[in-house]
Design a protein around this ligand. Structure first.
Ligand code: PMP
Length: 441
């Protein structure tokens, strides 16, 4: 492989996303190659991928089936519009995906990212009520500490102040229910926290406030990832589902992180036994290799559009790159890899071992919580009072120097290795992180 092995001379032009640009550019960190569980850095070191890139490389890196699928597709049919035209791989992929989704979720709309999937799902929910003659339902309900990407729909239903405050205008008609994270009752939970199913009743409060007839949909991440791995208390999602059913409100699960095996089942909906009406995915759909997202909808939703008033039958929505042939090929190669290697259930096989590793950090300096579900883990550190510097970010820098990639949000360290991780690599990850945590000020 002819990977470049030096840092480019000029780092100015690239405005990096979600990065403190000036800080990074004074001390850059670069990956120049990746294979299976490891990245290679520009200074020639191997870094164990403890985060599957950004929660996306579920099959690991540079996997042959995915690489081959992309190479042969781009040489055969590089691009075809999906507006009024088709190409076979889009239909093949759609059929294969809906065999994997919970029963009844048997139609799929393709996007190019999680953010686009979220905005597509919100628009679909609003339009669904309109085509059925219930246009009074215009409100969208999200959750505090929810992350749903960076489109205006996503930041509006999302519950992260930092993502909202710079931009002024948000969607109108949006409200939020409370989040479920409560360390006073649930610190150091293994798998789902015991306490807090009643937080779902906050949805009743918001419904009473606005009147159910005005509410179109509720969107939640089954497990909130980007805001620090917030695992739903036992019974919580079931109650959210029941309340939505009671009032005819659509339930959207944002499965951008939890989709494609992260919890040891194809989707979090399977893990929790709760089926939403719409489901957003991205990331793992192509193992992160080519941008792609999707929205799955129940048959009733698709049918409502097909049977709706004639002037509304066409859904005025779509992207130039919806169902891009190369992305479809990458997704098909990814599904083949998942199936051949049993990756969609591998997190279940590893869950107990993983849980032991995650909870082994309990008792280390500043650790106020450890939590896990499937192949997700989090370590929450005590914040330094009144200081913008985050201990977790120092841990990230130190871990990188020692050969491990972790992800941080505030003072929470999130872990989500590729689903091909071995037990020995889990031990290695835990060993490096233990060293890092022991030496944190
Ligand atoms: N929803 C969730 C739950 C996510 O975690 C993310 C990305 N971390 C997104 C949406 C946005 O996805 P993207 O970055 O592909 O737009």
């Amino acid at each position: 492989m002819n990977a470049p092995t030096r840092v480019p001379n000029n780092l100015e032009a690239f405005w990096m996303p979600y990065t403190a640009n000036r800080q990074f550019k004074s001390n850059p960190r670069m990956f120049v190659a990746a294979k299976d569980m490891h990245y290679t850095t520009s200074d020639g070191r191997q870094v164990l991928d403890g985060t599957a890139g950004l929660w996306c490389c579920n099959a690991g890196h540079s996997r042959p089936k995915i690489v081959e699928a992309i190479q042969s597709q781009v040489a055969e049919l590089d691009y075809a519009p999906a507006f009024q035209m088709g190409h076979p791989k889009a239909f093949e992929l759609a059929s294969r995906l809906v065999q994997l989704t919970p029963q009844g979720m048997d139609h799929v709309f393709f996007t190019n990212s999680g953010s686009e999937a979220v905005d597509t799902a919100l628009k679909t929910a609003l339009a669904y009520h309109r085509v059925r003659g219930e246009g009074s339902r215009f409100r969208l309900i999200g959750r505090e500490r929810g992350y749903h990407g960076v489109g205006f729909g996503g930041i509006s239903v999302g519950g992260i102040v930092a993502n909202r405050k710079m931009f002024g205008t948000m969607l109108t008609g949006v409200d939020h229910i409370r989040h479920t994270h409560d360390l006073s009752r649930n610190a150091f939970s293994r798998e789902q926290p015991e306490f807090g199913a009643e937080y779902a009743e906050d949805l009743e409060r918001v419904i009473q406030l606005h009147d159910a007839s005005t509410i179109a949909a509720v969107i939640v991440e089954p497990v909130a990832g980007s805001t620090g791995v917030l695992i739903p208390p036992k019974g919580y999602l079931e109650r959210i589902r029941a309340i939505c059913d009671k009032y005819g409100i659509l339930l959207i699960f944002d499965e951008v992180i939890t989709g494609f095996g992260r919890l040891g089942t194809p989707f979090a909906a399977d893990y929790f036994g709760v089926t939403p009406d719409l489901m957003t995915v991205a990331k793992g759909i192509t193992s992160g290799v080519i941008p792609m997202g999707a929205v799955f909808v129940k048959k009733e939703i698709y049918d409502a559009f097909m049977q709706g008033p004639e002037h509304l039958i066409e859904f005025f929505h779509g992207y130039t790159y919806s169902a891009n042939p190369v992305a479809c090929a990458a997704a098909l190669g990814t599904l083949d890899t998942y199936h051949e290697e049993g990756l969609l259930t591998r997190a279940a096989d590893l869950a107990a071992y993983w849980a032991d590793a995650v909870h082994s950090f309990k008792g280390l300096p500043h650790v106020i919580d450890t939590r896990n579900l499937g192949l997700i883990g989090a370590i929450e550190l005590e914040s330094i009072a009144g200081q913008p510097t985050k201990r977790a970010f120092t841990a990230f820098l130190n871990a990188y120097e020692k050969g491990l990639l972790i992800r941080t949000t505030g003072d929470i360290i999130a872990l989500s290795p590729p689903l091909i991780v071995s037990k020995a690599q889990i031990d290695e990850l835990a060993g490096i992180l233990t060293d890092v945590l022991k030496t944190l000020d």
